[in-house]
Every structure is written in structure tokens, then in C-alpha cells.
Design a protein around this ligand. Sequence first.
Ligand SMILES: [Zn+2]
Length: 43
Amino acid sequence: MDVEYNERVKGKKYRCRDCGESFEGVGKHPVCPSCQSDTVDAI
Ligand SMILES: [Zn+2]
């Protein structure tokens, strides 16, 4: 019952404003894996 340890990759969900791709980004400045844009929103 140790659900607190059910932590996966330490990434946040982001969505690219340019192409609409959603992805899991790591770090302070995640970059869209699809179009390499850094114009992303956290979702
Ligand atoms: Zn993109």
C-alpha cells in the first residue's frame, strides 16, 4: 500500500503552442520533441 513511492519519471506535462504536441518535459526549459520549439505551456 505504499502508493507514495509510485513516482515515475520526474517530468511535467507540457503542450507545444506551435504544433500542439503534448509531451513530458524535464528541466527548466523543455523543448518540443516534435518541432524543437520552446514555446510550451505546462498542462
Ligand atoms: Zn511543437
